[in-house]
Design a protein around this ligand. Structure first.
Ligand code: ARG
Length: 418
């Protein structure tokens, strides 16, 4: 009888290589590995496929997900200016649902009833994989070997790998846990677990140290169409190409590093270091264009939508109806978001220094303090009268409560109000 099949999210690392063997041994299943290229650093994907097969997988699908990642995932993140806790552009949180989609497709293609991932029980990624998979196929069974096996330490895991004929990296493993893609790179563990310790320079690979960056500023013009970056310095480029170029430009100027304490969904505060040169620069430029083009009430309302969007996606709700509805709001705001934003990079900083749009709501006549002023100054008088009327009635009725708190408290301690 044919064995049951399981599709595994495979990275080529030691953890997921051990997962292949472990799933075979413990569950007596045939393992199909799926490797996704989401723009991470790698030395070729073919060696990863060979590794999966050498570890015992019956098949390995290598999928180039970069175009889809840019067009269907990062474009939506940009429309939402997505920054979790106002800082983190959701690098890992964005790739998990996309990889999950391909895992589910792989499971259907190979007739697998289960999907496995190599996440630990402590992080957000397990939640993102499992929520995404279950929202795409509620009947799917999920296995999480790393959460189940009792290989507590790295040396234990290496011994287990050796015993099972899995090649163990000869070089000393990096003390960091890394996850990266087109939108940036997350670095955790090792010395970074002490929130007081400055991140060592060697954790960064996408960004030059600001002090070693060029002495001259670098200017870049980013062109947008319907909110999507499609131009760089006047040249038309696809969104994916803009992201790749921006990672280079911002990276060589030392821009995009983040060092933060982050609240994980599972209740743990963790110290996270990121470098997101393109992600942060494009969000900055995109916001600057929205400032020019979006009507005030829409712009203000959108801020709360953006927070909800970032929370939902951070928490693994990519395929949820809430996230879909928030996307619809954002998409509606992007219809007239055409224009160009000029960024200036200099030794670790990125500043917006210019913006222009055919849909700009900036009216020079209304804004200027010089000749050509078209603003009706007299209209302000009536506006202020009515705008303050309600509070004025209140202040006249209760002057003492209208006073600053410390005065009010002093009066109250002097005796009851008569
Ligand atoms: N804390 C980040 C997040 O939850 C990064 C996770 C990175 N994952 C990893 N396996 N190192 O999105």
């Amino acid at each position: 009888m044919a064995k049951e099949r399981v599709v595994l999210a495979y990275s080529g690392g030691l953890d997921t290589s051990c997962c292949i063997k472990w799933l075979q041994e413990k569950y007596d299943m045939d393992v199909v590995a799926v490797v996704g290229d989401v723009g991470q650093e790698h030395d070729g994907l073919e060696p990863i496929r060979e590794k999966a097969l050498a570890a015992g997988a019956i098949a390995c699908e290598v999928v180039d997900m970069r175009q889809q990642f840019a067009d269907e995932y990062l474009a939506k993140a940009l429309a939402a200016n997505a920054l979790y806790e106002n800082k983190y552009p959701l690098v890992s949180a964005l790739s998990r649902p996309l990889i999950s989609k391909h895992l589910v497709d792989g499971a259907h293609k190979y007739g697998a009833a289960a999907i496995a991932h190599g996440c630990t029980g402590k992080g957000n990624d397990q939640v993102r994989f499992e929520s995404s998979i279950l929202m795409l196929d509620p009947s799917m069974k999920i296995l999480a070997p790393v959460r189940e096996w009792d290989l507590k330490t790295r040396p234990e895991e290496m011994d287990w790998a050796r015993e099972h004929g899995i090649p163990v990296p000869a070089t000393k493993a990096s003390p960091y846990s890394i996850d990266d893609n087109l939108w940036g790179r997350a670095i955790e563990c090792g010395v970074l677990e002490d929130p007081w310790v400055e991140p060592p320079e060697d954790i960064y690979t996408m960004t030059t140290a600001p002090q070693a960056a060029p002495e001259e500023p670098e200017y870049v013009a980013v062109g947008f169409e319907r909110g999507i970056p499609t131009g760089l310095n006047g040249e038309r480029r696809g969104f994916l190409a803009v992201i790749e170029a921006m990672n280079q430009i911002a990276g060589r100027n030392g821009f995009g590093r983040i060092d933060m304490i982050e609240n994980r969904l599972v209740g743990v505060k963790s110290r996270e270091c990121y470098e997101c040169p393109a992600g942060l620069a494009l969000v900055l430029a995109h916001k600057a264009l929205e400032d020019l083009v979006l009507e005030r009430e829409v712009l203000h309302y959108k801020l709360s939508i953006e927070q909800s969007w970032a929370n939902a996606v951070y928490n693994g709700q990519w395929f949820s109806p809430l996230k879909e509805a928030l996307d619809a709001f954002c998409a509606s705001t992007q219809r007239c978001l055409y224009g160009t934003v000029r960024l200036k990079f200099y030794k670790g900083s990125c500043t917006v220094v210019g913006r222009t749009s055919a849909y700009s709501l900036y009216d020079h006549g209304l804004a200027t303090y010089d000749a050509g002023d078209s603003f009706d100054h007299h209209a302000a008088e009536g506006f202020i009268q009515l705008q303050t009327l309600s509070a004025k009635v209140w202040a006249e009725n209760r002057r003492d409560q209208g006073a600053p708190a410390e005065l009010f408290d002093a009066q109250r301690s002097a005796g009851p109000l008569s």
